[in-house]
Design a protein around this ligand. Structure first.
Ligand SMILES: NC(=O)c1ccc[n+]([C@@H]2O[C@H](COP(=O)([O-])OP(=O)(O)OC[C@H]3O[C@@H](n4cnc5c(N)ncnc54)[C@H](O)[C@@H]3O)[C@@H](O)[C@H]2O)c1
Length: 435
């Protein structure tokens, strides 16, 4: 098939590359000329495990191309994917301007039947709006399909190549056949392609992300109550996760969820509900809990230093909103760093992939190290904000030698309490007793 992907970010680049990997000819479009230049010269602008191998192979074999011209891409393709941003607008509802502006342009460009597929996360009713925007200028037939994306950053390639399910919202038999053919190679193990109407498909994505965010906020509240009741959240987590109705995954407490999806999608579903007169009470709380959870470790740090952080050197391990990505959108690390800087602390940070993105925002307000040990030199405390694997088993002898004080504030519960006690650390984590 001949496919164009409009918007070459985390979702667009991974989708385009994986579609090319199954033999399709793909052209990715972006308005960011710099990004297109980079991609054309073989440089991948994001960090995503496994993407480089597929990218290189498909570019080399001529199945994956890049352009900044929407018309050039659309003229050569039958299937057009929209992987455009849908950031929160002023009131928190999804800003559809990127999607609708491109839809308007598509109406003028298309000269024969096309299937236009919305892969961006969009509120219920967007397929109708996209159809109307294209229809305004279009002189030919087309179908608009809703195909929300469920990939996780850090596992995006794996998730795309072997999805748990593919959701396709369409009322067109013609589009349905094309979508089924496109996705068949990705579900050979028997995972379902689930067809439904456009509105249900659009809501499925928000429901999935909101449910997962709810699970995280619920566990964070259990952690907070564990601290007050002197219970251990790790034990509680294992105790409840063994119940198959609950499941083991997504039960890890910490300093809240971040990223470009959960925060904005929870907000957008709250706003969409409000617009139709429904008060989504649970989600209001999920959001509220997450906002306070992001900085829940700051009072512990302040308390330890007698409310005076002025001149204290805090080493930070982990800046990305989660491991295995360079994405720092809504990362809890940023909220914590902002508060610590405001209190006069000095920050010295390390992240395996996200430092360039953080540097672009903080400039010289914080220092960076080339590895996780370098930032510990003369540090008054270590804060762990992201659970990268490389932080799980550090050389504690080296850590002790480098730090001024043996104090760790762990927002991701990486270490065993007994071990930290025997190593002589003051260790503060989430939902467990301080040692
Ligand atoms: N990132 C994720 O993990 C993820 C997962 C599932 C769904 N989604 C959804 O997918 C959508 C895209 O997310 P993302 O993380 O890939 O965003 P992103 O910001 O990484 O990428 C969007 C890209 O679109 C480009 N763009 C903007 N306007 C354009 C235009 N007019 N023409 C061409 N390109 C244009 C931007 O330059 C950018 O490169 C969002 O709706 C998001 O909610 C994201």
């Amino acid at each position: 098939m001949k496919i164009s992907v409009i918007g070459t970010g985390y979702v667009g680049l991974v989708s385009g590359t994986c579609f090319a990997e199954t033999g399709n000819k793909v052209i990715c479009v972006d308005i960011d000329d710099n990004k297109i230049q980079k991609l054309r010269s073989g440089d991948i602008p994001i960090y995503e495990p496994q993407l480089d191998v597929l990218f290189e192979r498909n570019v080399r074999q001529g199945r994956l191309q890049f352009t900044n011209s929407l018309k050039e891409a659309v003229d050569q393709t039958d299937l057009i994917f929209l992987a455009l941003p849908t950031p929160p607008g002023e009131d928190g509802s999804a800003d559809l301007s990127y999607v609708l502006n491109v839809a308007k342009d598509l109406g003028e460009i298309i000269s024969d039947y096309k299937v236009i597929v919305d892969k961006s996360t969009v509120p219920v009713g967007t397929a109708e709006k996209v159809t109307a925007a294209i229809q305004k200028n279009a002189k030919v037939n087309f179908d608009v399909v809703s195909n929300p994306e469920f990939l996780r950053e850090g596992f995006a390639v794996e998730d795309f190549l072997k999805p748990d399910r593919v959701v396709i919202g369409t009322s067109s038999e013609r589009a349905k056949k094309i979508m089924e053919e496109l996705y068949r190679p990705f579900v050979r193990q028997g995972n379902p392609i689930i067809f439904m109407d456009e509105k249900s498909a659009e809501l499925t994505k928000y429901a999935a992300n909101s449910f997962l965010a709810t699970k995280i906020s619920f566990m964070n509240e259990i952690a907070n109550i564990c601290e007050l009741l002197e219970a251990d959240v790790d034990k509680v987590r294992i105790g409840i996760g063994s119940d198959t109705r609950i499941g083991k995954r997504f039960l890890f407490p910490g300093i809240g969820y971040g990223g470009s999806c959960f925060p904005k999608d929870v907000q957008a579903l709250i706003r969409s509900s409000k617009k139709v007169g429904y008060d989504f009470k649970i989600l209001n709380s999920v959001e509220e809990v997450n906002t306070s959870q992001k900085t829940i470790i700051v009072p512990k740090i302040k308390n330890y230093f007698g409310n005076n952080l002025s001149g204290k050197k805090i080493a930070v391990w982990g800046l990305a909103f989660k491991p295995d990505t360079d994405d720092i959108r809504e990362a809890p690390s940023r909220y914590i760093i902002d508060e610590l800087l405001e209190c006069g602390a000095k920050i010295s940070a390390f992240d395996p992939e996200a430092m360039d993105n953080i540097k672009a925002i903080y400039l010289d307000k914080i220092n960076f190290g080339t590895n996780n040990y370098e930032v510990l030199e003369d540090a008054d405390a270590l804060l762990i904000a992201t659970e990268w694997s490389v932080f799980r088993n550090p050389d504690f002898t080296r850590v002790s030698q480098l730090m001024k004080e043996k104090v760790i504030f762990d927002g991701r519960n990486l270490y065993d309490l007994q071990k930290m006690t025997s190593l002589g650390y003051r260790y503060y984590s989430i939902g467990r007793k301080d040692v």
